[in-house]
Design a protein around this ligand. Structure first.
Ligand code: ASP
Ligand code: MG
Length: 413
């Protein structure tokens, strides 16, 4: 008898029909003899609507009351789902985050889970119930309701699975797994049988929005086997797991991620002296602007050109900060470009393969795409290119790394 935690997101519980559909999915597992804990989000759109209502009443609502309000979204779904299971003659009970023993710190709207003591969950499972836990919420040691940040139900499910030492955490969503890249851009994008936590983190932070990043980090840290599946279609989904040391060969590149959210800034004529990079980036970080890629190179005149990327929303502010710095340190012009895109190839197999970058650059060069910036890590190579070539680049890379063909590694678990 397996213990599984199943999480259903907002689109999976959008209306009462979909809640009934979730109940029958859950029921199937229960009837097979599994012990099932279900974590649900608020019905799609409800959280946003609650935020809107609060704004109509008070532009600066108290954080405590805001969390109290937002927690009601998930509370609606847990009780409705319990009722739906009862209609199928299945014993089920719903629990709020607090009742399920989820204790968080006191940082309202983005609280961190401190510990979970799932006494009630165990007791109710032992009585034969499906236990339904409200996602996205917890309680401070002194009894205040908190929420875990947008998309936080993924985290609830994974943390619950870790605390219960569940055999598997299934995340049901509106896509049927993790893909080699966005199928809207590349027709031949393929569902991956499996992907490592590390790769998933890169894919998630690079803009493949299947799972909350924090939740993936947590799953990796506590070794919670994770499967992403569709709520609407049958299928195996994608297993997110550790690197398979027994696999004969890992694919070199597992996926291609991209985003159009960044902008590039360049400050030229920077004196090549110790502390220059610090003097440029400190004021930027003091302004709370996150920097992603950084490239610096010294020219013949002992001046450097210093280029970095920020989120597009921060572009104007970063530009203003830089103009101030330029005058201060005697540098030259401040240039910028918001029409860029970042494309990355991701794969743990890269660690043991030479020539991956060459192959990437060759594929881009064959399409006449100019590379503006490059950065690498152990399992990823990212390039910044002109935004208008993004889709072409993704398609070219997808076929250069043969991602449309089924991988060498077959499902092992
Ligand atoms: N309902 C919350 C949100 O919309 C949590 C979640 O859906 O995971 O962010
Ligand atoms: Mg969600």
């Amino acid at each position: 008898m397996a213990l599984i935690v199943q999480k259903f997101g907002g689109t999976s519980v959008l209306d009462t029909d979909r809640i009934k559909n979730v109940a029958s999915r859950v029921g199937k597992h229960r009837l097979r003899g599994d012990r099932v804990v279900v974590v649900v989000s608020a019905m799609g759109g409800v959280t946003d609507n609650l935020i809107r209502l609060a704004g109509e009443i008070n532009p600066m609502p108290s954080e405590r009351e805001m969390d109290m309000l937002l927690a009601t979204g998930e509370q609606t779904t847990i009780s409705l789902l319990a009722m739906a299971l009862h209609s199928l003659d299945l014993p089920a009970v719903s629990l709020t985050g607090a009742q399920a023993g989820i204790v968080t710190d006191g940082v309202h709207s983005k609280a961190k889970i401190q510990n979970i003591t799932p006494k009630q969950v165990h007791a109710m499972l032992d009585e034969g119930n499906v236990v339904i836990v409200a996602g996205f919420q917890g309680q401070t040691p002194d009894g205040r309701i908190t929420t875990l940040g947008r998309g936080g139900s993924d985290l609830t499910a994974i943390a619950m699975a870790a605390a219960l030492k569940a055999d598997l955490c299934q995340i049901y969503t509106d896509v049927d797994g993790v893909y080699t890249t966005d199928p809207r851009v590349v027709d031949s994008a393929r569902r991956l049988e499996r992907i490592t936590f590390e790769e998933m983190l890169e894919m998630a932070s690079l803009g493949s929005k299947v799972l909350q990043i924090r939740a993936v980090e947590f799953a990796g840290k506590y070794n919670v086997p994770l499967r992403v599946l569709s709520s609407f279609a049958e299928g195996e989904g994608t297993l997110i797991t550790f690197e398979d040391e027994n696999a004969m060969e890992q694919p070199v590149v597992s996926g291609i991620a991209f985003n159009r959210d960044e902008a590039k800034l360049t400050i030229s004529g920077v004196p090549d002296t110790p502390g220059s990079a610090l003097r440029i980036l400190k004021p930027v970080s003091d302004a709370n602007i996150e920097v992603d890629m950084i490239v610096q190179n010294v020219g013949e005149d002992n001046k450097t050109a210093f280029t970095f990327t920020v989120h597009r929303n921060d572009f104007k502010r970063a530009q203003d900060v830089l103009r101030g710095i330029s005058t201060e340190i005697g540098a030259g012009e401040v240039g910028g470009d918001t029409k860029i895109a970042k494309v990355s190839i991701v794969g743990v197999g890269m660690r043991s393969h030479a020539g991956v970058a060459t192959k990437m650059f060759e594929a881009l060069s064959n399409e006449g795409i100019n590379i503006q910036m490059i950065s690498t890590s152990e399992i990823k190579i990212s390039v910044v290119i002109d935004e208008k070539y993004l889709e072409l680049a993704v398609r070219a890379l997808h076929s250069a790394f043969e991602l449309d063909k089924s991988g060498v590694v077959e499902e092992g678990m």
